[in-house]
Ligand binder design. Sequence first.
Ligand code: ADP
Length: 256
Amino acid sequence: MNQTTIQSPARTTNAVEIHELQKHYVLKSETVRALRGVSFDVPQGDYVAIMGPSGSGKSTLLNLLGCLDQPTSGSFMLGDDNVALMTDNERSEIRSRRIGFVFQSYNLIQQLTVVENIGVPLYYQGRNDRESVKRCIDLAKLVGLGERLDHRPNQLSGGQQQRVAIARSLVNDPYFILADEATGNLDSVTTEEILRMFQRLNEEGRTIIMVTHEDEVSVHAKRIIRLKDGLIQSDIRSENRVVYDLSKPVERRVED
Ligand code: ADP
């Protein structure tokens, strides 16, 4: 795999600071208190897994962290910006510029090539210059797709598509990567490839927050936050974190 490195600039602030975050959904007959006062910081360079049983508030928290929704109360700082006070437009701006999303279903545009898909967030900012294209090519190389720059998603395996999505998530140099069950559609070998990539990006200084229900995935994070009934049940730095030896390849490759 190509080892091109795109350095993340040093930042001193926390990537995320949330304090007493609450989210209530008001229905006809009742109010669902999906988050009931959640507080935690994510320092730059952290690697966090958010876990919890169904209904515990993971998706609600993910939507708030991703600036897709607004909290009912509490504060949410993204870098130096207080997201809880933002208008919808400001939130969508910060979402597209400052958060790198990686979804279970990749969310690639079928008509676009690898390089074009990586560049979608830049395109929305009107950036289509030579420098932007070069950045997309460098990112494609970073995720090991330097030989497939002009492929379209249907010409790629699931793991390769997820690598495109990871490259796309990096294109704006985000405060953090927000991964939602990113390996949920992948077999175990490909899952390992993606987790190795997250580990490498994290070792290079990238902040990663992932929602997962799989212990085999969360064991690779530096820290596990467990939610229960809309509250943090535990927030623990992993003592037995499983770290890959990145100098050795995955045992069996199903692609490339
Ligand atoms: P998880 O992702 O851990 O399964 P969710 O964040 O999806 O949990 O849900 C937390 C609680 O909030 C659940 O009781 C769920 O039914 C409720 N909930 C989530 N989204 C909505 C919504 N849009 N409207 C009403 N209730 C919701």
